[in-house]
Design a protein around this ligand. Sequence first.
Ligand SMILES: *Cc1c(COP(=O)(O)O)cnc(C)c1O
Length: 511
Amino acid sequence: MDIKRLVCNQKESLYRVLDIINQNGKGIVFAVGEDERFMGTITDGDIRRAILTKCSLETHASEILDRKSALFAQILALCTQEDVKRKLERKSIFASIDTPVEKLLTMVDRRVRVIPLLDEQERVVDFFEYKAAFHAPVASPVFRGNELTYLVDCIESNWISSQGRYVSDFESQFANYSGTAHGIAVSSGTAALHLALAALGLGPGDEVIIPDLTFAATANAVIYTGATPVLVDIDPDNWCVDPMQIEAHITPRTRAVIPVHLYGRPADMRAVMAIARRHDLYVIEDCAEALGATLGGRRVGGFGHVGCFSFFANKIMTTGEGGMCVCRDEALARRMRTLRDHGMSPDRKYWHQDIGFNYRMTNLQAAVGLAQLEQINDLLRARERIQKAYDLKLGNLAAVSVPPRQAGCRNVTWLASYLLDSQIDRDDFIRQASHHGIDVRPFFYPLSDMPPYRGMAPAATPHAHNISLQGVSLPTSPCLKKDVYHRILEILYWMLTRRTETVQTPLALGA
Ligand SMILES: *Cc1c(COP(=O)(O)O)cnc(C)c1O
């Protein structure tokens, strides 16, 4: 916002000041003198109080400043406690333009949200707003282990590209973690999906069944190979692909299925694998959002022919950008390694058997990945702890629901995700939360609603649509401090309960 919209001359009438406040929407104006020096802050509350004590709308703004300073002089004179004194002095708070943000953060509180920033001539040149001081992002990475040590080791040893011990260490430890034999580290989760499909020989004329509710990369990877995604509905109880819908849409062209473990919930892999065996289909698990989730004690990624993971910065563990394919079959692993590296023969330099890709992960990324994997239990626990706090406070509200846990599954928390009651306007809820500094995200849109994927769903997908429309993910950064997520909870609880009341009142009156 242009600072001019927050400044007025102290000789202006209160009527004019109210007009400025009304237009800037901040509830505040910075009054300045003839020489443009900052004289004091006037809030809409100050004007209300002035009018109640017989000021008129023609009164000059300076009058309010005089009253305020007189009042403060009195109170301060009477006040003996230093901390109370300091609090009171905050009323006409200001700071110089070069004040560091950390300092500014200590100056704001619930009542003082906007601080004028002054230049050397004490002219208001900018302002700092409290809203920015409270910002709970939906996700953020945390680095509390060996990340830096390993990175320094890469730099000092000069091993920074895709050759280097961190790549192979990360691959083997990751494969081990997911209960598979081989790990193939790649440059992103999308690359992992594309590499798996390409190595399995998917191409034009083939159909690959995927859920309609997923991140677009699942469909894009299929399209990159020339094959066609077939978008089917999800099971409303676990938000993942409905096995019956897979079976219903198998055609003679169907060659593979990509179950996506959405928002930390494992898809029903027992049913999916049984169908795949019956119809001789490849299964590629998209595990980007469910690292560590288990079914019957086995980790996701180890059920299908290939498991694909993403290490993007908002995922459960990160390498900045990065991904991994895991598999049990050695020949398939070899094929993925070759295609990852331009399709170049591993035994004959510059001999290309196939058109490959450059999907290699760097040693720098793998160094971070290995360090993150060492802390995976802590990372999962930190997210789970936040989700549990949300569950406890919001889980019982009529306005919020989560599907029940599936028997024999361990869900993980990627983002703490909930469904809002259909009476609540989800997008409005998100806007309101953002106003309070809380980053709430909507669920993905059904792919079949978006231009590139229209017509790719052979049948209606009502569950994908319903869940997409009411789903929200709440801030789940593992580094969120306890007091921050408790504050988030307070605000969300207030928003949700207030809403249900306003919905219910007219009904009660009508009855
Ligand atoms: C994040 C994500 C991907 C893509 O991962 P990138 O590393 O961003 O390429 C694929 N599928 C799902 C379900 C995802 O959430």
